[in-house]
Design a protein around this ligand. Structure first.
Ligand code: HPA
Length: 273
């Protein structure tokens, strides 16, 4: 069924554009402005694509943008889906399956996250090097279709080390404060209590957020290399530095860090060719 749905979505998209993207980009909270940098040849509303979920969150538009970015053919998801909106992990990740079948060779993911590492300040960029998944649903749960990937995908190399190294070097050249870190995925939608932030710090999280991991699991299931970038939007550790946080503040900090994200992503695309 999943395989058939992917084919139907693919066929519809191919009636709208024959553009061949090599890179997929998922734009996170407050970071959808990068879509405007793309020299777009087509934009397809999620609502028109068979079996695509439709985004409900403020600041998330829902369309696929095809075109050239830094000289490379890309498709961007402007608007992503979250578990807290009520979707299953399978629904959240369906577009990633479709992007793989459209022919992308690498997936870039961005998000906004809280920092549980005292050295990571609000506005800093973090290249995710590993994750801890606490979300209660898994997109790979249920019968496995071997045409998509293996039953038990390995997660030793969930995040591409070589891409992170290149990205960090680009950040350094641009004078951007950047780190590597472990992202812990939560179901949301509430933010965390001080005791929870402290616990996540203790178990090894540098960042906490409500997205990304389902998409990474599905990308890796299909053998797609992943680069994931977070903007740290609020400090969550040590406890004395936690402030009340609103979604408007998260979006504002993410938006102000967007030029850094753009420099890193376009720098990587130029280098990778
Ligand atoms: N917790 C969870 N998700 C988040 C946070 C946070 O503090 N900040 C941005 N996304």
């Amino acid at each position: 069924m999943l395989f058939g749905h992917i084919q139907e979505a693919l066929q519809y998209i191919q009636t709208r554009t024959d553009f061949q993207p090599r890179y997929g980009i998922i734009l996170g909270t407050g970071l959808s402005g990068l879509a405007a940098e793309i020299e777009a040849v087509a934009a397809i509303d999620y609502r028109d694509v068979p079996h695509f979920p439709v985004s409900t969150v403020q600041s998330h538009k829902g369309n696929l943008v095809f075109g050239m970015l830094a000289g490379q053919p890309v498709v961007a998801m402007a608007g992503r889906f979250h578990y807290y909106e009520g979707y299953t992990a399978k629904e959240i990740t369906f577009p990633v399956r479709v992007l793989k079948f459209l022919g992308i060779e690498r997936l870039f993911i961005s998000n906004a996250a809280g920092s549980t590492n005292p050295d990571i300040e609000a506005g800093d960029i973090v290249f995710i090097r590993d994750h801890i998944n606490t979300q209660p649903d898994n997109p790979l749960r249920g019968p496995n279709d071997e045409r998509l990937g293996p039953r038990f995908p390995d997660m030793l190399h969930a995040y591409d080390r070589a891409l992170n190294a290149r990205g960090l070097e680009i950040a350094r050249r641009h004078g951007i404060r950047a780190h590597e870190g472990v992202y812990l995925a939560l179901q949301g939608p509430n933010l965390e209590t001080p005791a929870e932030y402290r616990y996540f710090h203790i178990i090894g999280a540098d960042l906490v957020g409500m997205s990304t991991v389902p998409e990474v699991l599905v990308a890796r299931h299909m053998g797609l290399p992943v680069l994931a970038l977070s903007v740290a939007t609020n400090k969550c550790y040590p406890i004395e530095e936690i402030r009340e946080t609103t979604v408007e503040e998260v979006i504002a900090v993410a938006q102000s860090a967007e030029p850094k994200m753009r420099q890193i992503v376009t720098g990587l695309l130029e280098e990778l060719g």
